[in-house]
Write a protein that binds this ligand. Structure first.
Ligand SMILES: [Zn+2]
Length: 118
């Protein structure tokens, strides 16, 4: 819980800030969330085409996202060193802001055709 005025965080049972005497809120205002924003993993597309499709859907709805194409980071260990088992297309990870993760998931589920690891 946070005080919307002085932005102190309270983990106890308080429902209002003892210094400002105003009710605590669950999250900080949007500008503060953006300042503390971190990208978190949303999904891994099987290739760049799927990743770009998801990206365009997300950006159409104002969701900021980042695409990371790095085979080594996202292949399971079983694939490491076994060239024959490597897929021809490179898996692409899509990241979104942690504050927009739930919305992004809901959005892609609505659109359909995207797979999530949950
Ligand atoms: Zn306060």
């Amino acid at each position: 819980m946070f005080c919307p005025k002085c932005q102190s965080e309270y983990s106890g049972g308080q429902s209002e800030c003892p210094e400002c005497n105003i009710g605590l809120v669950d999250g900080l205002p949007p500008e503060d969330r953006l300042n503390n924003a971190r990208f978190v993993h949303l999904m891994t597309a099987s290739d760049g085409i799927g990743a770009n499709l998801a990206k365009s859907v997300l950006e159409e709805h104002g969701i900021c996202c980042s695409i990371t194409e790095n085979l080594n980071d996202f292949l399971p260990g079983a694939f490491a060193g076994t060239l024959a088992a490597k897929p021809l297309s490179c898996p692409v990870a899509i990241q979104v802001l942690s504050s927009e993760l739930e919305e992004a998931r809901r959005l892609l589920k609505t659109v359909g055709g995207f797979e999530f690891e949950e």
